[in-house]
Design a protein around this ligand. Structure first.
Ligand SMILES: [Zn+2]
Length: 169
């Protein structure tokens, strides 16, 4: 898919959903402010930027209430909803999802690890749908003092190597 097409899809989606869109210059990390319906993203130079942009839009438009009734919605569930939104949009546009599914999965696992490290979430309470999406053995995280997830994709987005998880008990 051409860069211009991806850029215009993001603009159209933001207009349609009444989201204020600001282009940022420096890095490729996205940013979103749900209450103000505002996102800040890097200019789209490739599919990974496109992915990040869709993920941030997902934070604003994805409905998590159907997935979970918890209030407030835990951060890892909000990330899950944004990931699913971005993957669904890419699938509808006919983009091969292989790399982005992996990217989303590794990111999701690291967000869950953060929540467990901060004692905001217990392993047994991880939503089953999200656990299935992550597709790792979370029982190895029981009674962990700290979990560290190394995400190779940040430096090597096309890496085929699985993420590395270090569990300290
Ligand atoms: Zn996010």
């Amino acid at each position: 898919m051409k860069i211009k097409r991806m850029q215009s899809i993001i603009t159209i989606l933001c207009n349609f959903h009444n989201i204020r869109l600001t282009w940022k210059k420096s890095d490729n990390a996205g940013w979103c402010w749900q209450e103000l319906r505002e996102i800040r993203i890097a200019p789209i130079k490739g599919k990974l930027d496109f992915w990040v942009a869709l993920h941030e839009i997902g934070h604003i438009v994805a409905d998590v209430t159907g997935v979970l009734q918890d209030h407030p919605v835990p951060e890892y569930m909000s990330e899950y909803a944004a990931n699913i939104y971005a993957l669904n949009m890419m699938a509808q546009l006919g983009i091969n999802l292989k790399i982005y599914k992996e990217h989303a999965r590794r990111y999701q696992v690291s967000v869950i690890a953060d929540a467990i490290n901060k004692r905001e979430l217990k392993v047994k309470n991880i939503h089953p749908e999200v656990a299935a999406f992550c597709n790792i053995d979370f029982s190895a995280w029981n009674r962990a003092k700290n979990i560290r997830v190394v995400k190779n994709y940040e430096r090597f987005p096309h890496s085929k190597y699985p993420m590395q998880i270090y569990v300290t008990k």
